[in-house]
Design a protein around this ligand. Sequence first.
Ligand code: ZN
Length: 86
Amino acid sequence: MQANPKSKPWKPTDCQTCPIPEILLANSSPNLVLEGGIKVGIMGMNRRMEVNAFCSKHLVDVPEPQVGCKQCALEKPGLRELFGEG
Ligand SMILES: [Zn+2]
């Protein structure tokens, strides 16, 4: 987790709902940049993590971080060899 100046101070309890570890487990793209912020509702209720994902290679937003950048998926090295097209 990189320091995010827009985010509220980090609390250990935030980790319980933090989706980033799951995203990293599901997606190993080295180009995926995750920016997490803690959003707090009225009176400090509804604390939740909000994660924005971004591909540093294609410079596009990634709407589904668990899935990852679709362009990266298409370019993944090794896939063509796997299918005998390399
Ligand atoms: Zn990409």
